[in-house]
Design a protein around this ligand. Structure first.
Ligand code: GLN
Length: 198
């Protein structure tokens, strides 16, 4: 009889933003979501999601609670997925304006890059994920301006990378947790599972 496998424990940084929607999405793809509000809560997690919201607010919280360095250490050794503000936190460099970041994803991002008119939008675009076009919800999204040589672009919007992977780090400038389609979370959980099996 096959052993009943224990679910992967995936943290969601629950400081600000839409972490609850990520927790739901993770549960739907069979992982166990864990809310993370302090460094100790990173212990024993198989992976972590940094949600969308307001990166400046998250950054202030992390710095005030002496959580920035612990988070950076965790993210440099484990699978991590940043969406929107989370992608901004993960980037190597942030512009508009410049702000501190974890430097985990070899990319340069510009905050609030799509101007007032298309500040928030829903688009359908092709991606490297099987199963046809993917719905992408953009809310005051950042633009990925540059990516390093090891960064794989999994989807683009009008030429700009919007879903990328760098080893076991994933980032999206949109909000996959706000769509019904669970392919993006599934792709991340597969990365987490592959790392956990090693
Ligand atoms: N505009 C936000 C920021 O700069 C990101 C928006 C989002 O996460 N939806 O942090």
């Amino acid at each position: 009889m096959p052993e009943k496998s224990t679910p992967l424990r995936i943290g969601v940084l629950a400081v600000q933003g839409d972490y609850a929607a990520h927790a739901e999405a993770l549960a739907e793809v069979g992982a166990l979501p864990i809310a993370v509000r302090k460094p100790e809560e990173l212990q024993g997690l198989d992976g972590l999601i940094l949600p969308g919201g307001e990166s400046t607010t998250m950054l202030k919280f992390l710095e005030k609670r002496h959580f920035f360095t612990a988070l950076k250490d965790y993210c440099s050794g484990h699978p991590v997925f940043g969406t929107c503000a989370g992608a901004i936190l993960l980037a190597r460099e942030v512009r508009n304006p410049a702000q501190r970041s974890l430097g985990i994803l070899d990319a340069v991002v510009e905050r609030n890059a799509y101007g007032r008119q298309i500040d928030s939008s829903i688009v359908m675009a092709d991606s490297a994920l099987p199963g046809g076009p993917l719905e992408m919800v953009f809310i005051r999204a950042p633009r990925i301006l540059e990516t390093g040589p090891e960064v794989e672009v999994l989807a683009r919007r009008e030429g700009d990378p919007v879903l990328v992977r760098h080893g076991s780090t994933m980032a999206a400038t949109f909000h996959p947790e706000l769509s019904h389609d669970r392919r993006v979370h599934k792709a991340f959980v597969e990365i987490v599972a592959a790392v956990a099996r090693r």
